[in-house]
Design a protein around this ligand. Structure first.
Ligand SMILES: *[C@@H]1O[C@H](CO)[C@@H](O)[C@H](O)[C@H]1NC(C)=O
Length: 197
C-alpha cells in the first residue's frame, strides 16, 4: 500500500497497542465493542509530502472482537526516516462540544517524538513484518522510502481488547500530524463512534 497509508495504519496500531500496553492499570474489561461511522480525511497542506489516497474499512459497524476488511493506498514524496514525530489530538464530543482528551499514560492527545523507535520496539528489526504487510512486501519500520504504497483488500481479526477506562461510548475524532525536523509531512483525521457494553 501507499507508504503513507501503511504508515498511518502502522502508527494507528502502534498508538493503540502502546496505549493498551502502557495503561494496564487503567484498563477496563469490555465484553464487546462496536465502532460505527468510521470516516477519514487528509488534513495537511495540499502539497503535503505524505498523503493517504484511499482507506476503506468494513463492515459498519465494526465489531470487537470480530473481523475487519480493509484496503488502503497512500504515498510519500520524501523518505520517512528518523526522527519522525507524531502529534495526536484526540477529541470526544460532550454535549455538542469537542473536548480534547489529555495524554494519560501515552494514550490520548500525546506527542510522540520518535515514532521510528516505537515501531522498532513493537517489531524488532530482523523480524518479519506482520501479515498482511509481509505478504505484500510492505515495510513496517523506518525508513519508508519515497513512493506509493498500497494494501489490497485484506481481512483482519480484531481480538478482544481491554480499553482505557476513559474510552467511553460516544463520538470521537483523532488528528495525527506527522513531522520531521520542524516540517509537517502529513496530517490525517479520523472520526468514529464507539459503543461498548
Ligand atoms: C507537535 O507539537 C509540538 C508542541 O506544540 C510542536 O513543537 C511540534 O512541532 C509538533 N510536531 C508535529 C509533528 O506537528
Amino acid at each position: 500500500m501507499d507508504k503513507v497509508l501503511f504508515l498511518t495504519v502502522t502508527l494507528s496500531l502502534f498508538v493503540v497497542i502502546t496505549q493498551v500496553k502502557c495503561s494496564s492499570s487503567r484498563l477496563k474489561r469490555v465484553t464487546k465493542a462496536q465502532v460505527l461511522g468510521f470516516d477519514w480525511k487528509n488534513c495537511g497542506q495540499p502539497d503535503a509530502p505524505a498523503v493517504l489516497k484511499t482507506l476503506t474499512v468494513s463492515p459498519d459497524p465494526i465489531s470487537i472482537p470480530g473481523d475487519l476488511t480493509a484496503s488502503a493506498a497512500g504515498s510519500t514524496s520524501v523518505e520517512l526516516a528518523a526522527p519522525l514525530a507524531v502529534n495526536v489530538t484526540l477529541e470526544k464530543e460532550v454535549a455538542g462540544f469537542w473536548v480534547k482528551v489529555p495524554c494519560v499514560e501515552e494514550l490520548g492527545s500525546c506527542h510522540y517524538q520518535d515514532a521510528c523507535g516505537i515501531l522498532s520496539q513493537l517489531i524488532p528489526p530482523g523480524q518479519d513484518c506482520p501479515e498482511p504487510l509481509h505478504t505484500y512486501g510492505l515495510p513496517c519500520r523506518c525508513p519508508f522510502k519515497a513512493g506509493s504504497y498500497s494494501l489490497p483488500q485484506s481481512d483482519f481479526y480484531l481480538p478482544y481488547m481491554d480499553l482505557p477506562y476513559w474510552l467511553t461510548n460516544g463520538n470521537y475524532r483523532v488528528q495525527g500530524v506527522l513531522g520531521s525536523q520542524g516540517s509537517e509531512l502529513g496530517c490525517l483525521k479520523v472520526s468514529l463512534s464507539l459503543h461498548s457494553d
